[in-house]
Each structure stands twice: as structure tokens, then as C-alpha cells.
Ligand binder design. Structure first.
Ligand SMILES: [Zn+2]
Length: 298
């Protein structure tokens, strides 16, 4: 009668860890790691070995008892990309195994570098250790090395309040009533809208306040293809509009006409929001729309 082969499965494992003594040199290295420092040992020739060894690999001589703190930053001297990390690897995302020469060391140590992607890493890349929060005196007290921070992305948000000066307040009070207030310079006779208290041309005070009509002429315009919260749709037209009787144009939206039909010299009139919705703001003017009058020669 044929006999079945005898099979026994064995697993060799030390779940609690396989304890061994480290010797004074490696022991010092690990003890310093637990303290958040990286040290090397100086050889008889004066080189600094990191990680430290008991014997100089170059000469076979015993090293000195001098420990030197190095790093914590270092320079990548070589690396290999790990696209698919294994379970036993220090990172669960793609990373690099790299030889890193820490500042002050003459030899390089091997550790993981979390660079995000392979393109972010090159020979000469500067890296810094990222420490585990609870250190035990093991090489894994350094979770990994990470590239030097060379840029930051900060969210930007500014909140501000504009304090409206006296002349602009006067103008906006007019807009609330549905009129554009301008000022006439007594010496050069130029009419400015919005209303202002000093003439920008001759510097003299402006005392004359006058109401301007809400009709005018487009002097220049721009077709905008980027959305703007103040505009009804894209594309929209913003234009300089010379109100009838004014000497300088003011900027406003143009509406009620396809963007490609807007032209210089086009006659327009302000389209006001209903009286009950008006505030001290230019939002009272929805936009300027064509009046249908013949174009004006500029
Ligand atoms: Zn003037």
C-alpha cells in the first residue's frame, strides 16, 4: 500500500523580535537616534563613518571613540525608485531607496526618501529626516527622508473694507437717487465724473456740482472672455463711457447687445435697477445699453 508523503509546514518567525546586542559603536548610534540625533564615528584617519562601524572598512583599523553629530540634512548620492512598495517597506506609497551623505559625514547611509514621484529626485537632491514621534533606538526612528522644502502653497484670502471719501460718497448718494453727479473745475471748466473736490488737471478746488444725464458714448471697450461676478455672462463688454457733458469717461459694463456688435461711438444709456433695490453703489447701474441713436464721431 503506497504511503502518503509526510509533510509538515514550518514558519520561522520571531514575532517579538530577535534580540541581539549591538556593541558599543552601533549602540551609541541607536541611542542617539532615540534622542533625535544622528552620529557618526571618526576613524583613525579622521573620516566620519555614518552609520558608524567598529572598524574602518578602508584600513581595517579600529575606529576612534569620537562620535560626531552629523546632518540632519544630507545629499542624495544615488537612488532607486520603488514603484510598488512591499509590505515590509517603510512607506506604503512609491518611494526611493537612496544613499544619503549626511552633512559632515564621509560615507553615505541607505534610507527611504519620500519624494512623491521619481522626477522630483536627482543625484544631489537635498533631503531631511522625518522622525517618528515615538523613538525606540532603531534605524526606523527616522521614518524616511523628505526633499528639502523649496516652495509652499498658502491659501490667500484678503478681507478689506473701503472707506469711501467725501467726494465719492457724494457721487454714490447721487447714484442711489439715480443720477450721476459731476464736478466742474472753475478754472479749466472740465467736468469730472465721478464727482471730485479737486481738479486733477489744475489742482484747484471744485465747488460746482452738477447732475449729468445717464446717456453717453462708448469711447473704448473690451470684450472679456473670463467670468466676472459683476457681469451677466461670458463674453461681456466693459467700456469707457463718456457721459454727455463730461470731459472724462467712466468705466462700466455694456449690456443688451451682443458683444461683437459693440463699437466705438455707440450711444448708450444707463439701465438702472428698480428704485427699491438701490444702494449707495454702482451696482445700481446694471449696465449701459444701446439707445439706438446714430453713432457719434469721436
Ligand atoms: Zn481744472
Amino acid at each position: 500500500m503506497p504511503s502518503e508523503p509526510l509533510v509538515a509546514e514550518h514558519v520561522l518567525e520571531f514575532p517579538g523580535g530577535y534580540a541581539r546586542t549591538t556593541g558599543p559603536v552601533i549602540g551609541r548610534f541607536l541611542t542617539e537616534l532615540r534622542g533625535g540625533r544622528i552620529v557618526g564615528v571618526r576613524t583613525a584617519e579622521g573620516k566620519v563613518l555614518v552609520p558608524p562601524l567598529e572598524y574602518d572598512p578602508a584600513s581595517g583599523e579600529a575606529v576612534t571613540e569620537e562620535f560626531v553629530e552629523v546632518g540632519p540634512a544630507g545629499t542624495v548620492t544615488a537612488w532607486a525608485w520603488v514603484a510598488e512598495p512591499r509590505e515590509s517597506h517603510p512607506l506604503d506609497r512609491p518611494f526611493a531607496w537612496a544613499t544619503i551623505k549626511l552633512d559632515g559625514a564621509d560615507t553615505a547611509l541607505v534610507h527611504a526618501v519620500d519624494a512623491g514621484n521619481a522626477k522630483a529626485l536627482r543625484i544631489g537632491s537635498r533631503v531631511w529626516p522625518v522622525w517618528r514621534s515615538e523613538r525606540t533606538g532603531h534605524i526606523t526612528d527616522i521614518s524616511y527622508f523628505a526633499p528639502e522644502v523649496t516652495k509652499i502653497v498658502s491659501p490667500v484670502r484678503a478681507e478689506y473694507r473701503l472707506q469711501v471719501g467725501g467726494s465719492l460718497l457724494t457721487f454714490l448718494e447721487g447714484v442711489e437717487r439715480g443720477v450721476f453727479l459731476g464736478g466742474r473745475c472753475p478754472s479749466c471748466e472740465k467736468v469730472y465724473v465721478p464727482y471730485r473736490v479737486f481738479c486733477p488737471a489744475c489742482g484747484g478746488p471744485i465747488a460746482d456740482q452738477l447732475e449729468l444725464p445717464d446717456t453717453g458714448t462708448i469711447t473704448t471697450y473690451a470684450i472679456n472672455n473670463l467670468p466676472d461676478p459683476r457681469a451677466p455672462e461670458v463674453p461681456f463688454v466693459s467700456a469707457y463711457i463718456l457721459l454727455d457733458g463730461a470731459d472724462i469717461p467712466m468705466i462700466a459694463l455694456v449690456g443688451g447687445v451682443p458683444a461683437h456688435e459693440v463699437r466705438q461711438g455707440m450711444r448708450v444709456r444707463a439701465e438702472w435697477v428698480p428704485e427699491g433695490e438701490r444702494t449707495k453703489s454702482m451696482a445700481n447701474v446694471r449696465w449701459f445699453a444701446p439707445t439706438g441713436e446714430p453713432d457719434v464721431e469721436l
